[in-house]
Design a protein around this ligand. Structure first.
Ligand code: SAM
Ligand code: DTB
Ligand code: SF4
Length: 332
């Protein structure tokens, strides 16, 4: 059997391009480390930057469901697919506040409002601004995910006090066109840059299990980790295979590869919140525990994601108790 010296975590990896913190090849090499070495490095980075037992809890609400004009191959809300999601008009502010209050009462610290839009209209934005202000008024952190944003809409959200804007890169640039044809990677990068310039926190991550290879997983992480600064929040979703979407029969990824994705996100973005996102309902507690060990320190909390299920609150509380974990507050 081969013996190997354990390589310790290097805070500043050497790359040839000074603007690039991590090359795709370096990230791919992380994916290929022996599992125990990868986990050890991820735990080191995690413990240098966070209380390893505190988890940030975000609750999602779909404020406008279905009928989306984009053709994202994974998404049950696309008008191009027949996933049986009922199209609904935008919720009113009172319904959103009621859901946010319930999320706060059950222990969530952040409330994330999601809309099935390619981009919001000026009229949509008037309601969203009211929602953001009202949810902030409850003392919760706010997040919104509304699709692409133009400068005026970014300014409106920033003025309303939105804390985070979620806009996922989803996958590597060279695989994007296989999954989505109605927009370009650059469209996503442009919105993220506008959000960053306006001073809001950026939440951006992706999905694994779309049929991407390891180099493409590394390609997604490189895009995120080389942003300057990198996102404050990085959701890693495991594809929820919804019948009627083009990816309904995608092959399951090995759970250990999902854990590796979390660990690589943690090592390359030491101070970000890595969120264990969609797909937890299909994941055993053991795999989730390994994700926390790999550096995940945030999760979606509440029995619903946008249109699909999430473990219920009682089950999640029991899991966190079992692991000796607790919700993140400003104290840790
Ligand atoms: N329409 C906006 C957009 O796409 O930016 C916001 C809502 S969209 C549903 C937010 C994110 O949900 C997507 O970027 C994708 O990462 C994730 N998502 C959608 N369907 C999913 C699925 N079936 N499994 C896992 N993640 C999914
Ligand atoms: C993110 O990265 N995942 C969330 C949130 N950001 C908006 C959405 C997951 C959606 C899963 C499929 C659904 O419930 O419709
Ligand atoms: Fe629309 Fe967002 Fe779904 Fe794509 S992921 S179809 S943009 S709701």
């Amino acid at each position: 059997m081969q013996t190997q010296t354990v390589k310790l975590y290097r805070p500043a990896p050497a790359t040839t391009d000074k603007n690039e913190r991590w090359s795709v090849a370096e990230i791919e090499a992380l994916f290929k480390l022996p599992f125990n070495d990868l986990m050890f490095r991820a735990q080191q980075v995690h413990r240098e930057n966070f209380d390893p037992n505190a988890v940030q809890l975000s609750t999602l609400l779909s404020i406008k469901t279905g009928g989306c004009s984009e053709d994202c191959g994974y998404c049950p809300q696309s008008a191009f697919h027949s996933a049986g999601v009922e199209n609904r008009k935008m919720l009113d502010v009172a319904e959103v506040v009621k859901a946010a209050q319930a999320a706060k009462d059950s222990g969530a610290g952040r409330f994330c409002m999601g809309a099935a839009w390619r981009e919001p209209s000026d009229e949509d934005m008037e309601s969203v601004v009211e929602m953001v202000k009202a949810v902030r008024g409850l003392g919760m952190e706010t997040c919104a995910t509304l699709g692409m944003l133009k400068d005026e809409h970014v300014a409106q959200l920033s003025d309303a006090g939105l804390d985070y804007y979620n806009h996922n890169l989803d996958t590597a640039p060279d695989f994007y066109g296989d999954i989505i044809s109605t927009r370009d990677y650059q469209d996503r990068l442009d919105t993220l840059e506008r959000v960053r310039k306006a001073g809001m926190h950026v939440c951006s991550g992706g999905i694994v299990g779309l049929g991407e290879n390891i180099t493409q997983r590394a390609g997604l992480i490189a895009q995120l980790a080389n942003m300057n600064p990198y996102p404050e929040s990085v959701p890693i979703n495991n594809l929820v295979k919804v019948e009627g979407t083009p990816l309904q029969d995608a092959a399951d990824i090995d759970p250990l590869d999902f854990v590796r994705m979390i660990a690589v996100a943690r090592i390359t973005m030491p101070t970000t919140r890595v969120r264990l996102s969609a797909g937890r309902q299909q994941m055993s507690e053991v795999v989730q525990a390994m994700c926390f060990l790999a550096g995940a320190n945030s999760m979606f909390y509440g029995d619903q994601l946008l249109t699909t299920g999430n473990p219920d609150v009682a089950r999640d509380r029991a899991m966190l108790d079992k692991l000796g974990m607790y919700p993140f507050t400003e104290n840790h």
